[in-house]
Every structure is written in C-alpha cells, then in structure tokens.
Design a protein around this ligand. Sequence first.
Ligand code: AMP
Length: 410
Amino acid sequence: MRVLVLNCGSSSVKYQFIDMDGEKVLAKGLVEKIGLHNSEMSHKRHDNVTYTVEKEILDHNVAIEMVIDILLSSEYGVIREKSEIDAVGHRVVHGGEKFSGSVAITDDVMKTLEDCSGLAPLHNPPNIKGILATMKLLPQAPQCCVFDTAFHQTMPDYAYTYALPQNLYRKYGVRRYGFHGTSHRYVSDRVAACMGRPYIELKIITCHLGNGSSIAAINCGKSVDTSMGFTPVEGLVMGTRCGDIDPAILLHVMEKEDLTIQQANNMINKHSGLYALSEGASSDMRVIYNDGEWTRDHVHKLAMEVTAYRIRKYIGAYAAAMGGLDAVVYTAGIGENAFYLRALACSGLEFLGIKIDPEKNFKASAMGEWRGLEKAVTTDDSRVQVWVIPTNEEIVIARDTSIIVSKNKK
Ligand code: AMP
C-alpha cells in the first residue's frame, strides 16, 4: 500500500508519499506561504531529484493539487495514475476527548472535527481544509486522521484536571489534552526496542524539543502526564512560547499595558520563550548557543539555564509521577542536536541514576558523527539510560492509516 501523509498548517502543507512495503519514502516536500504572493513548493524524490517553484498558491486546494501533480509528473514524480495513491493519512492537531486513537474519516468524524475546532482554532481549521481538498481531488482514496492529542488520552483524571471551577470543564472542555502525541508515541516505542526491553514494562520520559516543546511521562506504554495542557503554551520554554507561568501575570500585564486579548495571546505565543529570554536575539537554539559563546554572554547563558532547568524539573516530577524511571529520550530539532542543553538539563540528576557520557552526548548531535542516529548518550553503568532518537511522525501516520484501511477492506 502507498500512503500519502499530509500535514496541513495554516499556510503550509508538508507531505510524504510512503510505500508501506519496506516503509520507503518515495517522495516528500513542502508547500509554504500559501495565500501569500511568494508561495513556494519544494519537492524531493527518493533518488534526490529535486524540484522547487515559487508562484502564487491561493489556498490548500491548489497546494494539494500541486502535490498530486508533482507525484504524477514524468520528470519528478513516482506514479502514473492518481489511483496509485492508495490512502491518505492526515495529521490532525486536536481530537478532544472524542478520539483516543486514529480513525477513518467519515461524515461523523468530520462533524466531530468541526466540534473540536473551538479547542484548536489555529490548527484544526487548516487540517479540515486539507481533508476537504483531498476528498475532492482524490475521491477514490480512503482517508484517516491521526491526532496529536490521542496518545495522551490515557492520562488519569488527576493529571488532566485543572483546579479551576469544574463547570469550565463541562462547558468548554477546559482540561489538559497534551500535544506532540504521535512523536512521544514513536520515540518511546523506539527506545524500548533499542534497549531490547518490553515497552509495556518501562517507565520512560520523552522530551520533544523543537520549535514547540513538550515532555511526557510514559508508564508501561501509556502516557500518564505531559507538559502541554489545554493549549500548546503550557510547560517547557519554547522558541516563542512562554511555557509555565503564574496565570495572574497575564491579568496584571493586560491591565498595566492595556492589552487586548489578541495582544496578550501574541505575547505568550509569539513574543516569549527563547526569543524573549534572549532579549529578541532569536527563537532559534543555534543562535543562543552561538558556537559555544553562550557561556560568556550573560543573557544567552540565562536563556539556556532557564530552558534547561525547566526540563530538569519536569524530569524529576515525572520520575516521581511514575514512581521510577528507566529511560529518558530526547527528540526533535533541539533534542536531537543540542548536546549542551541535554547535558545541562541532566546535570544534577545523578541521584536519579542518570550519568551522561560527554563524548557520546557530543557525538549524537548536529556536529557529531552519530547525527541522525538512535544512540544512548549515558555511561555504561548509568542506571537510567538517556537516548537520542530522531522522531518520525510521518511513519506513524502512514502505519496507522495502512492498518485502518486494510482492516476496513476486509
Ligand atoms: P523542529 O520543530 O523539530 O523542526 O525543530 C526546530 C528547532 O530546532 C529550530 O527552531 C532550532 O531552534 C532547533 N535546531 C535545529 N537544528 C539545530 C541544531 N543543529 N542545533 C540546535 N538546535 C537546532
């Protein structure tokens, strides 16, 4: 079966076309700046033949049509007929409490997705647009949704309940949902395989550190807590999001600075995190690191320390939540590359049984020879193993889609 995996954001469509026989990525690419004048598409075939174009791409319909056309192209494509796309798997951000796993798309599912849109007003509407466009363009292909929230639906009520008036939960669904579920699920499963231990016996903490960052506690194969909450703002320090703050700060600042809800929202989502800590220098970890110069720059040193301390606190908290710890996993752009942040976040955790091996830790980074590989970065006698595992959300989406579609065919 060949599965087209689509990740439709507000102004972008990321895609991978995967042959499930051998799980080979036949082609992948990105359509960016949809709806703007300088939209662009970049495409790469499995044999490294690439295609890029800059032109006006009006909406998701046009973007997905371009994706299908390039897959069909004689010069850059990999198929001759649309019917060779056997199924489509969509990444959908919010499944609310309705979806604890991936599902085939039906009219009822579409209705529920619309209902969940209020919970993710920035993310679910473009996901829905992408699904509708694909239904029109590929009417023969069954489609599935894989939700960012689904993996965390196993959290116990005492982990997902906020100590707020409970009618807010009943009326508006105010509770912790958690995000990046597909990534946490993939890397936790992989670390068990790498350690040669049964997944359902392990206590694992997964740190997904990218532009958005979250951390999850996975006890015996089930997510039992995660740092993102009702929205993706809660938890760790991120590129431009603040993570945990005293909620009363918002009210205080809104009053003092006479901010609208939109301005306050922009402050915590777009003008905080690393960007704010570095006094506006950058939201990119590479700039803060600055080839190792961060230790000599007070502002950047503090930015790094605040970020690492938050991770360390969560590791301690989640070890306590699970009553033990077997493995910690780092993944995503920062987690897979920023060896210095991993070392700083794990420093002082020897009491938990974590002993980082500096040489291995450096090797498993953007600058090291283990770049892009699954590697343990702890010493051989470290009781808790720390691993770097590159995430692969697309393969999870493709696998779930292929399983659901094969079952439905029977
Ligand atoms: P992601 O969301 O997983 O694509 O991660 C994107 C983020 O990863 C970027 O904003 C960078 O801060 C960070 N990143 C990417 N490459 C590196 C690197 N070589 N070293 C440190 N951070 C990196």
